[in-house]
Design a protein around this ligand. Structure first.
Ligand code: GLY
Length: 396
């Protein structure tokens, strides 16, 4: 592992890349950059933390398709396709850590006539996009998942939407970074250093000044708050709170669910993600409350109420954890990947609901751009420049 010292100093000996942020997006960027031979440092007070500690880990390119997000769909599908090889490579690079990739599929169900209309529309959109999803009657849904409520009115079976365990993903990426020689600083970046109109490193809250030829800002919902970033390069991301519950399925109840089950209940998404180890993750609220991460009685109530309508038997299960995290959301719900208007500064943020899904492709895209200076074709629609162009056109 490289060592560049701390306590106010930095040798600045030829570091190629500094990644600011050690959530799964920052870690995958640092790991992939180091694997390409770039001397890479990463700064985060608690690497491996962040939204991944809360996320359920659905790889839901098809079931989370939305109108107007067909371009994002292409990126989501490309990343989903990479997951099996990515999981195998990461297991190897981390010394054998398994990220819980489970090719279990997803069932999206309708609980009443309104939900059914909504789901039929989603199915039509999926078909127009050439996606694989099969319409099932309520009875067929219950045959697949006997714990579903008897009143289920129909559903969409999507065999290509899988899951990973984001906590295990974060742990594996951290181990892979350490083994690849990434210089990890357990401190927060407080200011971007800009020299001669070029990003040149960052100051950390432990007094370290890190110099680097290129800087990647990958600090999730905090990415828009780093001091020293000129307004023209500041990422337009905001936090969107999600509360998530964890239950556990005792062996006597297994298999409780065999795949991810989800629905829209009274306009809110609810999903149940069953892990092979018996954990059942129930998510998630979606709240625009700034930096608040309080778990509220109302949030827990709504999740349990909606999940109970879907799968009444959940009330028997032990509730083991409640937690809230912040999704980094951009104005068009899609990530910001690659160079900014400030030379030397790149972004890898704004992944919103798709951070876990987009982890493999984000690592590859950022490693490409850091080594060649060019965004690969698949990532061009996600250049941060799409927002700078709008800002330039807006009246002051
Ligand atoms: N992708 C699931 C969520 O953000 O809640």
């Amino acid at each position: 592992m490289h060592s560049y010292g701390n306590s106010g100093g930095d040798s600045g000996r030829g570091r190629d890349v500094l990644v600011i942020g050690g959530g799964i997006i920052g870690l995958v960027t640092a790991w992939r950059a180091a694997r390409r031979g770039l001397r890479t440092a990463l700064a985060d007070p608690a690497p491996g933390g962040g939204a991944a500690q809360v996320a359920a880990g659905m790889l839901a390119a098809v079931t989370e398709l939305h109108y107007g997000e067909e371009t994002l769909l292409g990126l989501n599908l490309a990343s989903a396709e990479r997951y099996p090889a990515f999981a195998a490579e990461l297991a190897d690079a981390s010394g054998g850590l398994d990220i819980g990739y489970r090719a279990c599929g997803t069932l999206a169900v309708a609980l009443d006539a309104d939900d059914r209309v909504h789901l039929r529309e989603l199915h039509a959109l999926q078909r127009r996009c050439g996606l694989d999803a099969q319409w099932l009657t309520g009875r067929e849904c219950r045959r697949l998942e006997p714990m579903l409520a008897p009143g289920v009115r129909g559903g969409l079976r999507v065999d290509g939407d899988h899951q990973v365990d984001p906590r295990r993903l974060a742990a594996a990426l951290l181990a892979a970074c350490e083994r690849a020689g990434v210089d990890i600083h357990r401190a927060a970046a407080t200011r971007l250093t800009v020299t001669a109109d070029r990003a040149a490193g960052a100051l950390l809250d432990d007094g370290t000044a890190l110099a680097a030829d290129q800087v990647v800002l990958a600090a999730g919902s905090l990415s828009g708050r780093l001091a020293g970033v000129p307004p023209r390069a500041l990422p337009p991301v905001r936090p969107v709170k999600g509360q998530v519950l964890r239950l556990s399925v005792p062996p006597a109840y297994a298999p409780f669910l065999s795949r991810t089950v989800r629905a829209v209940v009274r306009g809110s998404h609810v999903y149940l993600v069953p892990r092979e180890n018996g954990e059942l993750v129930v998510g998630a609220t979606s709240e625009e409350l700034g930096w608040d991460t309080t778990v509220t009685a109302g949030g827990v109530y709504e999740l349990l109420r909606d999940a109970h309508e879907l799968v009444p038997g959940i009330t028997e299960l032990p509730l083991t954890e409640t937690r809230a995290g912040l999704r980094p959301c951009s104005p068009d719900n899609a990530p910001l990947l690659g160079p900014t208007e400030l030379p030397g500064l790149h972004l890898a943020t704004g992944h919103y609901r798709n951070g876990v899904l987009l982890t493999p492709i984000t690592g590859d895209v950022l490693a490409d751009v850091l080594t060649t200076g060019e965004l690969p074709e698949v990532a061009r629609p996600f250049s941060p420049r799409r927002f700078y162009a709008v800002r330039e056109e807006s009246p002051a």
